[in-house]
Each structure stands twice: as C-alpha cells, then as structure tokens.
Design a protein around this ligand. Structure first.
Ligand SMILES: [Zn+2]
Length: 290
C-alpha cells in the first residue's frame, strides 16, 4: 500500500503541471462550510447563504459573475431557482465549462445535509474558482453552480435537473452553447471510496481524455472503464450537441445506502478524492488549452 502510494506521488510529480495547484483540503473545507448551513434545497434561506459565499469567492478570484434566476414548476409548486455563473474571458472564441450542482434534495422529515450530494460538487467548484484564473488559457472558461439538480419526490424527465435544463436553453438562445468545446460536470465526487463512473451518455472524446489523464497519473483504479448511463446536469447539453461529460461516483456506501439519506455526512468524504478529480480535470483542461 505504501509502495503504491509512493509510486502514485512520483508519477504525479512528473506529470502534474497545473494539476498540482488544486488543493483537496481547501475543497473539503469549502464543502464543510456549505454543509454547516444545513439542508440547502432551492429557495431556502440556507441556499441563499451559500449563494452569498459563492458570489464572494467568484468575485474575489477575478471572475465575471452572472446569475440565471427563474421560477421552476415542480410537483411541490413554483420554486425560485438560481444558477450562479463565473466567466473568465479567453481569446479563441470558444469555451470550456466546469459545472456541478449546489442544491440539496428537499427531503421532508429528515435532515439531509448532502455532504457528498450537492456539498462536494459546490466545494470542488469553489476551489476551482481559486485555481483556474491563475492558469494560461485561450478559451473562455465558465464555472457554473447549478440549482435544482434534485427532483422533488420521485425523479422523472420533467422533475430534476431544473437549473441545467434552464441554462442549456438560455445558452442555446444567446449563442454560448455553440462555442462550448467541452463541459465537465461533477457530482458526488467527495466519497472517500472514490470510483468515478465512465458515464455512457457523455462525449466519447472527453471520456477518452479523462481516462487517459487518469491513467497517466496512476489513478485508473478511481476511474474504472465501465458504468451505465446516468441522467445528470450534463444531459441537457449533450442533447443539444455539446461535448459534455459527467464525472459521478454513483456508489456511495454499502449498496449505495448513504445516497439521499441522513448518512450523507462529512465523515464519508475525503480531501484526497476531491484532489484526484481536481488533478485529472485540470490535466485534461491543460491538454485542451495547449
Ligand atoms: Zn442527489
């Protein structure tokens, strides 16, 4: 085990480049701040506090902030939702997007804090907000915090991924969509037992790039080359022809028993898992921007 770790560290040092800039411990601390707010369903006072944290971090790191707010028709009635979007301008006219959801599932009757599901993606993006402005780029870079990923009650085609469906349509109208050369969505990537699905609905080219970067870093066991199709925030973009990919660990606890339960708490996460996903996606970004 120790030998293996040393090998991984060694190969990282050789190949890391920009990837070493991502700090998993900081990302975990951001996640902890989000989780400390309690359940964060769309429209709640707690999610508004998280929005304030995200705005502050984006602005202080040099991002142009915009907001996509709308009222979603849900089985629970009309719900106010808000995607938060950071942009860094490039020179190529094209764009790379990193996204994830920051809401947690409304679960009446239980205290669902979504450490991994909603917390980890927000914490990962908040660390990316610090790192990305320091890196060379030719493309515009967008950092998107989706609201309303979660369904109200049972998931269906029209109940869930509200924020990503709204932004995909918006970007389709205003021309951003056609400029996107890659969109990477992360979800549930804080699990200390990390196993990122090679999601079948995602862009084949981006999947190959992620698999290759993971292999070059010695991280293949965290990115096994299998997994089914998972409906997530990337799919509204995939359906509109955008090269998009979902990085999700959809095996959380024994038989996925921590998913959407009170067991989704901070003690199940590790900085290392957030770090691994950060390193791999920054390496893929570097290869895209070269
Ligand atoms: Zn969920």
């Amino acid at each position: 085990m120790h030998c293996q770790k040393a090998m991984i560290l060694f190969s990282c040092c050789l190949l890391a480049g920009w990837a070493e800039d991502f700090n998993g411990a900081r990302s975990l601390e951001w996640t902890r701040k989000a989780v400390a707010l309690g359940p964060r369903p769309p429209g709640s006072a707690a999610i508004q506090k998280l929005q304030a944290i995200i705005r502050t971090q984006l602005k202080s790191s040099g991002w142009q902030l915009s907001e996509d707010s709308f009222t979603a028709s849900t089985p629970a009635g009309p719900v106010p939702m808000r995607n938060l979007i950071g942009k860094l301008a490039g020179t190529s006219g094209r764009a790379v997007v990193f996204s994830g959801h920051y809401d947690t599932k409304a679960m009446p009757g239980i205290t669902f804090v979504g450490a991994n599901d909603g917390g980890a993606s927000a914490g990962w993006l908040l660390e990316m907000a610090r790192v990305l402005p320091k890196l060379p780029r030719k493309d515009d870079v967008y950092l998107v915090f989706f609201d309303g990923e979660e369904a109200f009650g049972e998931w269906s085609a029209g109940n869930g991924i509200y924020g990503s469906r709204h932004l995909a349509e918006q970007w389709n109208r205003d021309g951003v969509l056609a400029r996107i050369r890659a969109l990477f969505n992360v979800d549930m990537i804080g699990d200390r037992d990390l196993r990122v699905v090679d999601e079948a609905g995602s862009s084949a080219e981006l999947r190959r790039m992620v698999q290759a970067a993971a292999r070059d870093f010695g991280y293949s066991r965290y990115f096994p080359p299998y997994g089914g199709a998972i409906e997530d925030d990337h799919m509204p973009f995939v359906r509109l022809g955008v090269p998009a990919m979902d990085l999700i660990d959809f095996d959380y606890g024994p038989n996925n028993s921590w998913w959407h339960t009170e067991k989704d708490t901070m003690d199940k996460l590790s900085a290392r898992s957030l770090q691994i996903v950060g390193e791999v996606l920054l390496e893929v970004f570097r290869r895209l921007e070269q």
